[in-house]
Design a protein around this ligand. Structure first.
Ligand SMILES: *Cc1c(COP(=O)(O)O)cnc(C)c1O
Ligand code: SF4
Length: 352
């Protein structure tokens, strides 16, 4: 999910973050520079679940880099809102950019604070979104008949209680022109215990409900995460994934192929692979477009098309997501197209 906001340490979410002393002891035992971490935390808040910490094997591994502050965060000059979401905001918690669908932000909190989050400057600094603001967003949807698809986002919508979520879902389901409801979350990865049979049986009352889950690395799919995914899939909820291509975390074809194949085994269809947005404090995670295309080229064709997400750039300036592809189309004219297959061989298809 792409958050608007993330909490500071020690708020009142259901699953409390590890105590400072536990975290500091953990970090020290792995050889982290606590002073450096403190300096970064003054600018960008830190929060991590015990579950996610438990996936770390060593300092600076792909799990560590996602959740433990690094001094590189302080050394870039990117903009706070490159996607210009503020411009497309219709109420404080509703973004209407595309013709038929909207983003409804229902929580400003997440169970963990990802170091590469697009909105990391803002996040961690605002209070939870009041239900009255969400009601205003729902009112906007009610008045705009062209909205057939509502994507609940945040922060992480699953930071809301089951009953708050049910209230939001039931109001949306009562709107005739709303055909599908989607939820964007990282909770099956950050705090899989949040995914309960009770939550799933509530959600399924409001079908069609889709859930899109944020994954970065195959190691995130451990036994607990798999169990959470099975609970959702068994409730008939179609599951999709989104992933950000991150330097030092998942920027190679083997890691991503393993992630996508593992997702399919858990009934999650890879949906989007994003290039990292040029937001504040995330420059060190970015890869070039050429690297992204090369990685993508090494996956497409080598494994099932079901594994292949759309590779997209969320355009700075607010143009939305645009798909990019390696050069499969070599030549196109009135008569024919010349295609390059996954192995690099050329084939011609003639027009009628
Ligand atoms: C990503 C996004 C959506 C949903 O896009 P889909 O391509 O339908 O998944 C909707 N609104 C905004 C502002 C978005 O960034
Ligand atoms: S889960 Fe991570 S990436 Fe998603 S909104 Fe929260 S902090 Fe940002």
């Amino acid at each position: 999910m792409r958050a608007i906001s993330v909490p500071e340490e020690g708020d009142d979410s259901e699953q409390p973050p590890p105590k400072r002393s536990f975290l500091d002891a953990f970090l020290a035992s792995k050889g982290a520079d606590l002073k450096e971490i403190e300096a970064v935390k003054k600018v960008y808040p830190m929060r991590v679940t015990r579950h996610f910490l438990g996936l770390i094997q060593e300092k600076d591994d792909p799990i560590w880099k996602q959740c433990i502050p690094g001094k590189e965060e302080l050394h870039d000059s990117n903009r706070e809102d490159p996607l210009m979401e503020e411009r497309d905001s219709k109420t404080s918690c509703l973004v209407h950019r595309y013709p038929d669908r909207v983003l409804l932000l229902v929580s400003s909190k997440c169970a963990m604070y990802c170091r590469f989050c697009t909105r990391k400057r803002k996040v961690g600094r605002i209070d939870e979104i009041p239900m009255s603001e969400i009601e205003r967003g729902i009112e906007y949807i009610r008045e705009h008949r062209e909205v057939r698809d509502v994507l609940l986002s945040g922060g992480d919508p699953l930071m809301r209680t089951d009953s708050e979520l049910e209230h939001i879902l039931s109001e949306l389901r009562a709107i005739e022109h709303v055909e599908i409801i989607r939820i964007g979350t990282r909770m099956p990865v950050s705090n899989p215990a949040r995914i309960t049979p009770k939550l799933a049986s509530m959600l399924k009352k409001y079908h069609p409900v889709y859930i899109n889950i944020h994954f970065e690395h195959p190691r995130e799919i451990d036994e607990e995460c798999s169990r959470a995914l099975a609970i959702l899939a068994d409730a008939g909820i179609p599951l999709g994934s989104q992933t950000v291509l991150l330097r030092g975390v998942n920027d190679n074809a083997e890691t991503l192929k393993e992630l996508f194949q593992k997702l399919l085994k858990n009934r999650v269809k890879p949906y989007y692979l994003y290039l990292c947005d040029p937001s504040q404090g995330v420059e060190h995670f970015r890869t070039t477009v050429q690297e992204a295309l090369e990685i993508f080229r090494k996956i497409q064709g080598y494994t099932t098309g079901l594994c292949i997400p759309h590779l997209v750039i969320d355009t700075p300036g607010g143009g939305g997501k645009v798909p990019i592809l390696p050069d499969y189309m070599q030549e196109l004219d009135e008569e024919k197209i010349v295609l390059k297959n996954y192995e690099g061989r050329l084939f011609t298809y003639r027009n009628p």
